[in-house]
Design a protein around this ligand. Structure first.
Ligand SMILES: Cc1cc2nc3c(=O)[nH]c(=O)nc-3n(C[C@H](O)[C@H](O)[C@H](O)COP(=O)(O)O)c2cc1C
Length: 158
């Protein structure tokens, strides 16, 4: 069974999560950074996992573009979806519903929140200001949900 993990990350957190996820699979797993490559031959894969980080409510544009371009084919695969972000609860549910098409969400074997991280060294001035003012966080914070990463892999391999 061939597994494809495609992701887009701005500062590396979603990439780290995608790599951690890839280690949970037996058999052939390929990971592709959608910021580097959008031309992927989906024929080779029966499982496709798609994810990325969320900024101001929106998942990375490359993730949306990839889904829109390949939706018909994706609906024939075993699908897993994940987002990286620091929201929780209802806001998180809304982010998932807003950023993936309903068809794909219904089709997905597993949809998980992988958590996220604030890394102030990497953020630009505006981003730092937004996080300080809106989230009221002013130093580095990491909340990666390793258990959800494992769980997605388990649900995809059932
Ligand atoms: C300016 C800014 C806006 C953000 N907006 C959201 C948001 O709307 N929802 C959310 O869940 N997380 C939000 N986050 C948190 C990021 O999704 C989190 O830092 C994530 O781990 C980034 O992953 P990346 O390094 O792969 O891009 C925001 C972070 C920054 C810096």
């Amino acid at each position: 069974m061939n597994t494809l993990i495609v992701y887009a990350s701005k500062y590396g957190c979603a990439e780290k999560c995608a790599m951690e996820l890839s280690k949970e699979f037996d058999g052939n797993v390929e990971t592709v950074n959608l910021k580097e490559n959008q031309r992927i031959d989906l024929d080779k894969f029966d499982k496709v996992i798609i994810g990325g980080s969320v900024y101001i409510g929106k998942i990375q544009k490359e993730v949306t573009d990839f889904i829109n371009k390949n939706l018909k084919e994706l609906l024939e695969k075993k699908i897993g979806l994940f987002i990286c972000g620091m929201q929780e609860g209802n806001e998180l549910e809304k982010e998932i519903a807003d950023n993936f098409p309903a068809d794909l969400l219904n089709r997905a074997k597993s949809v998980k929140h992988f958590g996220g991280a604030f890394d102030f060294k990497k953020m630009n001035f505006m981003e730092k200001a937004i996080v300080k003012k809106i989230v009221k966080v002013s130093s580095d914070k990491s909340d990666i949900k390793h258990e959800n990463i494992k769980q997605l892999a388990i649900e995809m391999q059932k």
